[in-house]
Design a protein around this ligand. Sequence first.
Ligand code: HAM
Length: 434
Amino acid sequence: MLSTQPYKGARDFYPEDKRLQKYIFTKMRDVVERFGYEEYDAPIIEPLELYLAKSGEEIVNEQTYVFEDRGGRTVTIRPEMTPTVSRMVAARRQELSYPLRLYSIPNLWRYERPQRGRLREHWQLNVDLFGMSGLAAEHEIIQVADAVMHNFGAKRTDYIIKINSRKFVNYMLSEYLQLNDVQTSTLIKIIDRMAKTPPAVFSAEVDAVFSPSARENKLPEQLLHLLKTNIIDDLPLPLRSHPSVERLESLFTLLHQSGMTNVEFDTSLMRGFDYYTDIVFEVFDTDPENNRAMYGGGRYDGLISLFGVEPLPTVGFGMGDVTLQNFLESHNLLPKLKPETDAYIVLIGDVYVRAQAAINDFRNMGLKIAIDSTDRNVPSKIKAASKKGIHYAIFIGENELDSEQFVLRDLIEGTEERHSSSRIVSIIKDRRKK
Ligand code: HAM
């Protein structure tokens, strides 16, 4: 027997699920378009090479859906959109006008162990700003990220934006703590998993990366202490005065000036991808029940040069629908959505052919209507409409067609009125606005 289940880690979208997804995407689009971002899209399949250079080992080796097409090419179902948008910008590097503001809401596939907040297929709002090297770019992108949350009704106390700098991390590990490249990249991966690792295991993992003499000099302890620092002024002086920290400070000042109090320096924030070059950020729910990163991004200035074109300064972020939906549910921010269909037409008697003109009138006047022309009895038809959550039923029988006055039943209130078709249309349209 065939299974009715969708593929593991992927979702079927029945109308009520799709309605919620449409609501979420509309709210996202509202905000990003208000900031001047334009929508783009691209194929779901890309050559594997696109991800080999810069996406990072975990995603490429463990999480991509890779297969050979019938022509022998190794292709991947996109696990993220950043390489794709970079490819598109590189292809028109000269013609496009900068600053370039692009957004999309692609579905992405990652072979992960499905769990709360993590699926194999998710949709991700991608917002990217190309061509600005100054901090105004980070400032804008973080403001967009914040405005999206606001548009869903979230308060700034509901979430926190953690910010760090890859330049700072590199300096801290390779210069300040004198680690070599291999040790640095191993540590970045260990730190990236810090929140998911028990503290004792984490300390042991960190310790193992350092040489015996570094351990004697208590460098691992210094690092563990640094990873807990979230106040710039608490950093030791050589770190405090590094240019990357000055840049972070200026960004915090800009964000505070825009009223954003929910931003925090976090030296342990890494972001998994290899392409980030400077400021990185990630947004977390303040509710510990939903402690996954809801979205994140950062500056990735070099990526388009992989395509043999002049690099472009770029900042962007990706916001997943699964983590967002968990957030909205746990903060009670999901509205009860009504079905798109305004009214259910209940035909009484054998009027199917005669009623066509009236039915078309309703549609032409802008109503979304479904007709029940089955020969079930009227109560069953009404029951079907109510089960679908449709607000109104319109009854059409011989009498109604002769008098051009139709019965409109409000299935929620249980009331009934008799009106002309144009009056019915205006009642229903008024109701839609509520
Ligand atoms: P990312 O951190 O891998 O970044 O993903 C961004 C967000 O997508 C995550 O915070 C999470 O909300 C969601 N997400 C990722 N994987 C899954 C999954 N398996 N299931 C559910 N949700 C998931 C990127 O992908 C970067 N390319 C974002 C970016 C755009 N950076 C610059 N521009």
